[in-house]
Design a protein around this ligand. Structure first.
Ligand code: PAF
Length: 271
């Protein structure tokens, strides 16, 4: 496992590597990341994992400051996984070069998390655009838990004609149903239980909506979620993943997209 803190040293190392499978992370590695990394290792070439907590994608300073960090543990995990290359840039290393391609923000960036986290996706695309220019990976591995992020990165890659293929990977969940997320580290036991009840409730509601499409009311769903112990709901919406439209009848496929708070911890999921 080779660790790079400088983009110049990293570039030197990877200049002769034809196929790079890239897994971008903000650290706080969990089973979801591990599954992305293992998947990337099944592709030919080398796996490169980045760890960088990108301040520009946090719309609240406190959220950035309280984002879970544990580099020592992360490096141990990456070593055990036998990851080829690690890039650990600091702010200066990653933000002080000129980008060749402007970011492309698809209009879907205005929905869901785009409404409640102003500037978030611009920050995500800015950093991912920089990584893509620097690393020129053959593949980038992204989790579908962050469906909107993955969709917007794909659109940027397509529009800017970047030669990288997005590999979307399924959401990995804990036994209690909660989607793996670095932010789960900030939950106490009681909040973790509530998060699990939210997943159970939404799975149940999805079944009902599928059967009796006309018979659901978001206000009632929101009330039930607050009764379960949720502190605040940023959004709960239905979207058809194929066309990003709201489903119109029970034949339309859909997922329930949600962003909610348990005290100060914001979680997202799609079910
Ligand atoms: O999903 C994440 O961890 C981040 O948004 C990413 C893609 C690493 C960009 O900072």
């Amino acid at each position: 496992m080779k660790i790079f803190k400088s983009k110049h040293k990293l570039k030197e190392e990877i200049s002769n590597i034809k196929d790079i499978s890239f897994v971008p992370t903000m650290g706080g590695l969990h089973k979801g990341h591990i599954s992305l990394i293992k998947k990337s290792q099944n592709f030919k070439g080398k796996t490169l994992v980045s760890i960088f907590i990108n301040p520009t994608q946090f719309n609240k300073k406190n959220d950035f400051l309280s984002y879970p960090r544990n580099l020592k543990k992360d490096l141990k995990i990456l070593k055990n996984l036998n990851v080829d290359l690690i890039y650990l840039p600091n702010l200066k290393d990653i933000f002080t070069f000129k980008v060749k391609k402007k970011i492309f923000l698809d209009k879907f960036s205005k929905k869901l998390c785009g409404k409640s986290r102003r500037g978030h996706f611009k920050g995500v695309l800015n950093i991912v655009n920089r990584f893509l220019q620097l690393i020129e990976p053959r593949y980038i591995f992204l989790g579908v838990k962050d469906f909107q992020q993955s969709y917007l990165i794909s659109k940027h890659i397509l529009k800017r004609k970047i030669n990288t293929k997005v590999i979307n990977c399924k959401t990995i969940r804990e036994k209690n149903g909660v989607a793996c997320s670095t932010r789960n580290n900030n939950l106490n036991k009681a909040q973790y239980k509530i998060a699990s009840n939210v997943v159970k409730y939404l799975r149940y509601k999805k079944k009902i909506i599928k059967k009796k499409f006309s018979n659901f009311k978001f206000d009632l769903i929101k009330k039930d979620l607050l009764d379960l112990g949720v502190t605040k709901i940023d959004y709960i919406e239905l979207y058809n993943l194929k066309n990003l439209k709201k489903p119109k009848n029970k034949k339309d496929k859909f997922r329930i997209f949600i962003a909610f708070y348990l005290n100060k911890t914001r979680l997202i999921d799609n079910i």
